[in-house]
Design a protein around this ligand. Structure first.
Ligand code: SF4
Ligand code: SF4
Length: 216
């Protein structure tokens, strides 16, 4: 469904934390970079400490980094706080640095159309936050989540991934050992090497250069 910038979003978060349990949060390099910055550790450490992990995309076999849920399927960054008698509020430890998927919830970003679609599939729908009170417009909601600034960097990352996928020919990767080695080296560059934690932006040019070297 196409959304209009002035549409009211029938959504108000009540901090139940439900969307941070049993949900797969796939991360971009930009997300990882920001989480590493928030926790003042390297991206590599996040994987070593099992805060982040990988899954294999069942459709294209691309290795995707994800938040590594705790044993009870809860996001590693979710914590609870009492707010009055018998009232618990669930909050995000890295709220300012939360990934895009969390940032735009309950919307979904469609990169092919460059627009936001309503995202309320039945299996992870949150009934608590469907509300008709104090609804923001779509634009207000996205501005509030700082999406316009965030998307510039995120889109650059998506383009980089797409160009790598085109170059590598995923069918070949499955059959060819050398191609698989290249694939994993590239993953390492994308997800685990952020030399300067003080930079606000990902070192795209450096990543691109190193990836091109591997692809040659
Ligand atoms: S499930 Fe809905 S109400 Fe609960 S924390 Fe998530 S967005 Fe907020
Ligand atoms: S990063 Fe924060 S907002 Fe996202 S799932 Fe985890 S606790 Fe929830």
């Amino acid at each position: 469904m196409q959304t209009n910038p002035n549409d009211l979003l029938p959504f108000l978060c009540k901090s139940t934390g439900k969307c941070c349990i049993h949900n797969l949060v796939i991360l971009s390099s930009f997300d990882i970079f920001r989480i590493a910055k928030a926790l003042e550790v390297s991206a590599k450490k996040l994987f070593e400490n099992k805060i982040l992990t990988y899954r294999i995309n069942p459709t294209n076999f691309w290795m995707e980094p994800i938040l590594n849920s705790k044993a009870n399927s809860t996001c590693p960054f979710l914590f609870s706080k009492s707010s009055g008698e018998d009232n618990k509020e669930y909050l995000c430890e890295i709220y300012e640095f939360r990934p895009l998927v969390c940032r735009i919830y309950p919307l979904k970003y469609d990169k092919s159309e460059n627009l936001f679609l309503r995202f309320l599939p039945a299996e992870n729908r949150c009934w608590e936050c469907i509300s008709n009170e104090k609804n923001p417009t779509l634009t207000e909601y996205l501005d509030n989540a700082n999406i316009p600034n965030f998307l510039g960097e995120y889109t650059k990352y998506l383009k980089l991934i797409e160009s790598i996928q085109v170059n590598l020919n995923l069918e070949k990767i499955k059959k060819n050992k050398l191609a698989q080695e290249k694939f994993f080296k590239i993953q390492a560059i994308l997800y685990e090497t952020y030399p300067n934690q003080n930079e606000e932006k990902l070192p795209f040019d450096e990543m691109k250069f190193r990836i091109e070297e591997i692809l040659e």
